[in-house]
Design a protein around this ligand. Structure first.
Ligand code: NAG
Ligand code: NAG
Length: 800
């Protein structure tokens, strides 16, 4: 085992002194690794040439270094274990990948990660993506400063060439001190100029400490202190300690007895003396000098009033160099002190301003390409938020209470998912312009940490819906333009809509009421109660509130409600579901249950009997636990597709397909369906294609013979044959151990991540756990690790 990194750091050891081995993965251990969720840096190799041999040596060394950060370094020998997708293609051997679980965080050309320093710096840089801000203009730096004021201090590193030891040192420091300071990395010369460094010396790595924590006014700059020593791990550590030390230490003993941190850090100390009469002036002088010498020299002010101070009065200053004795001086001015230190005592170790170590930079030209490749992230600028209101601590409360609905996006500028989503969010804002009562706003949680923690925002991006006087509602839908747009429009519908007569009920169910919302959701769900005093009414109202934006709900609490269930096997209270004009209503009884149980029931009864599967709705259908009778139809809406859909629909009403969930996927609208089909069968058959798949059970997949006409009669015959074992499976659903090489292919994983959860009054923290408490196993359904809505809801169902 290696010593914990921090220890290594504190003692200035390099981590290579530990010995940890490069792990070699078989396909089995690789699969297992994909499931751990841990971070690994993996090289997929084949035969070894001299270049690869060198790389392997460096990789071996980086295994030691990266182990301290909990990152495994792994190689896979493709000639022994051919791992799908990674052991093929012409890029094999020239790429290494950084994984978190089964997700590839980044891939690197092995030219970029050419040695142990480059591997460690690039890997940490990627892992710290959210922690280390990447800035390339002074304006961006100022924005980081603004956010940091009163909160934390900033460490800015200028790294002209990525992957060199300086970069590694900065990243290692960011890993260790990242929670304490805000780290910023910059490569361009713009920020350098802003920090007051001549462009001619831009090839030198540099570091600054910005004291922002103590700055309370936004108009004041954060005092900045340059580190004057070369950017090495030990120097950064010392420098950060010095930045934490008080500007001036006051003492009441002789200089030789003063003990300050600077002495332990081998930093010179300047001693000044103060008298009772000139105390204020002496303090001011000490402060001024200390500010000028900050990071290089410690300043101690010794009170002459103390009987312990025996320094002869003829001296008014003293200094102590590391490992030397105190030297006493008589100086006439502060300038003289500065001159002494700057021109004589501090000359060694300073950063050479003009001439760098030429040899070190001779690789510069060769590296240029990798550098531009590595700074890829500064290419993606944040889109302009324009139509979205950016909230601040001052405007947050007033904004979220002044509209019917305020939609707030909590984002983190440096998060890739947020970045990707913001464009969609702006599109939604544009589409909603002119809709009254709605405002779209955003909070940058990188800057406004207080608001985000007050609102209990723990994952990014999070969207919350605020209404005056009501607890905020998290948006649980997909992060896409259409889903969010629909959700917001539906949120404007008051829910539940209180209906007062049977005529109003008809108008509600037929979609005349809220007719402009028919395109958004054709389904209407009505709660029928005999009176407002019924026990279930409050739960139903609460459920309706939780489902705002998703389902249009009505409430009819009236003696007349009885008429709507007359002659049916269902008593009040009941749910009436309408799927649009002309479609027979369905009715279900409502057990006395909690609001969240009612949410599950409503979500379940809303389900279509022959649904088009989408990423969004799949979890709800899979929950039914039935094998899928799934029709894949192509991008174009051909007559053939329409005909096939109709043919499957025909036996539906007769109940002959009851043991299946008949459904379809439109590959144009749900492109991931193509990958699913390919995974099932190993190829994409001619479309439309009908398959039976026991999706959840790791079972077989059957393909309706493409040469047979897709007609109801043939379909039923085929189903019969499949059930009797007379059909050969066309493929297998990968079992539970199957680890998808790229998460995109894991349809179920994608679906599950998107599966919404409902819990009364809970913030977004509840994302995947809201329902676990009352989960039960259904007799005909295998226990799966997927979250599921409460299955206790009644199965009673009769159609009108
Ligand atoms: C993979 O294994 C083969 C045969 O055992 C060996 O010759 C080759 O060097 C190995 N490749 C790597 C990258 O370790
Ligand atoms: C955040 O969580 C705390 C503790 O659970 C709770 O008291 C507070 O009301 C929550 N704030 C919001 C805005 O939901």
């Amino acid at each position: 085992m290696c010593i914990f990194y921090l220890v290594a750091f504190l003692f200035g050891l390099t981590a290579e002194q530990c010995s940890s081995e490069l792990i070699e993965d078989s396909s089995q251990s690789f699969m297992e690794r994909m499931h751990t969720g841990k971070t690994s840096f993996i090289y997929f190799g084949n035969h070894v040439n001299p270049t690869i041999k060198l790389f392997m040596e460096q990789l071996e060394m980086s295994a030691d270094a990266l182990e301290d950060y909990g990152i495994s370094v792994v190689k896979v020998n493709c000639s022994k274990d051919a791992i799908e997708n990674y052991c093929t293609g012409e890029k094999l051997m020239t790429k290494a990948h950084l994984f978190r679980g089964s997700e590839v965080l980044r891939s690197f050309d092995i030219d970029t990660v050419f040695d142990v320093n480059a591997i460690v710096s690039h890997v940490l840089f990627s892992v710290l993506f959210n922690e280390v801000h990447y800035v390339h203009t002074p304006a961006e730096l100022l924005r980081v400063e603004r956010a940091a004021k009163q909160n934390s201090d900033i460490v800015v590193g200028h790294i002209p060439v990525l992957g060199l030891p300086e970069h590694r040192a900065l990243m290692e420091a960011a890993f260790v001190y990242g929670t304490k300071y805000q780290f910023v990395q910059t490569t361009g010369s713009l920020v350098l100029k802003h920090m007051g460094v001549a462009e001619s010396s831009s090839s030198q790595a540099r570091l600054w400490f910005l004291h922002c924590k103590g700055v309370s006014s936004q108009s004041d700059p954060c005092p900045s202190v340059p580190m004057r020593k070369p950017l090495k791990t030990i120097n950064i550590h010392t420098f950060l300690q010095l930045m934490e030390a008080p500007l001036v230490t006051e003492a009441e003993v002789d200089p030789s007895e003063v003990d300050v941190v600077h002495i332990h850090l081998s930093v010179p100390v300047l001693f000044l003396f103060s008298h009772a009469q000139t105390q204020h002036l002496d303090r001011a002088t000490a402060q001024t000098l200390s500010l000028q010498l900050r990071g290089e020299v410690g300043v101690v002010l010794i009170s002459r009033e103390s009987p312990n101070v025996k320094t002869p009065l003829k001296y008014n200053a003293a200094y102590r160099l590391p490992q030397e004795d105190v030297k006493y001086l008589t100086l006439n001015s502060a300038e003289e002190v500065m001159k002494l230190f700057k021109e004589e005592l501090l000359q060694e170790h300073k950063i050479e301003d003009e001439e760098g170590d030429e040899e070190q930079w001779s690789d510069l030209d060769i590296l240029d390409d990798e550098v531009s490749e590595s700074v890829y992230r500064d290419r993606d600028h944040m889109p302009d938020l324009e139509s979205v209101t950016e909230l601040t601590s001052d405007t947050f409360q007033t904004t979220v209470t002044q509209n019917d609905i305020t939609v707030v996006l909590f984002y983190f500028k440096w998060d890739a998912v947020c970045k990707a989503f913001i464009q969609s969010y702006i599109e939604v804002a544009d589409a909603l312009e002119g809709v009254s009562g709605v405002e779209l706003a955003a909070v940058d949680c990188g800057e406004l940490t207080d608001i985000c923690s007050d609102q209990n925002i723990t994952s990014f991006p999070t969207i919350m819906i605020y209404r005056p006087m009501v607890a905020a509602q998290p948006y649980r839908g997909m992060l896409g333009t259409k889903s969010l747009h629909t959700f917001i429009l539906l949120s404007l519908v008051f829910s539940p809509s209180h209906l007062s007569s049977s005529a109003e009920v008809t108008s509600f169910l037929e979609g005349d009421l809220y007719s402009k919302h028919v395109d958004l959701s054709a389904v209407r769900v009505l709660g029928l109660f005999s009176s407002l005093q019924d026990t279930g009414v409050t739960s139903f109202e609460e459920a309706a509130r939780l489902l705002r934006g998703e389902t249009i709900l009505g409430l009819f609490a009236n003696k007349e409600a009885e008429q709507w269930v007359e002659g049916l096997s269902v008593n009040l209270p009941a749910l009436l579901v309408s799927r649009g004009p002309g479609v027979p209503y369905e009715v279900y009884s409502i057990p006395s249950s909690s609001p969240t149980d009612q949410v599950s029931l409503i979500k379940r009864v809303e389900l279509d009997h022959f649904p088009e599967l989408t990423v969004e709705n799949l979890p709800w259908y899979l929950e039914l636990g039935k094998p899928l009778l799934l029709l894949f139809i192509g991008k174009e809406d051909s007559t053939e597709s329409t005909k096939s859909l109709a043919e499957i629909k025909r036996p539906l009403s007769s109940g002959q397909l009851d043991s299946f969930l008949p459904c379809w996927i439109h590959l144009g609208r749900t492109p991931v369906g193509r990958s699913v089909l390919e995974k099932y069968l190993g190829f994409v058959p001619p479309l439309p294609a009908l398959v039976i798949s026991k999706l959840r059970t790791g079972g077989e997949v059957f393909l309706f013979p493409p040469e047979r006409p897709l007609m109801a009669k043939n379909i039923l015959q085929w189903i019969h044959d499949v059930e009797n074992g007379q059909e050969q499976p066309a493929g297998l659903i990968p079992d539970g151990k199957w680890g998808p090489p790229v998460p995109f292919f894991d349809f179920l994983a994608i679906m599950d991540q998107e599966a919404p959860t409902y819990a009364a009054q809970k913030g977004p923290k509840m994302k995947n756990g809201g329902r676990e408490g009352n989960r039960q196993q259904r007799p005909n359904q295998k226990q799966t690790p997927h979250p599921s809505p409460n299955p206790q809801a009644p199965r009673q169902h009769s159609e009108l």
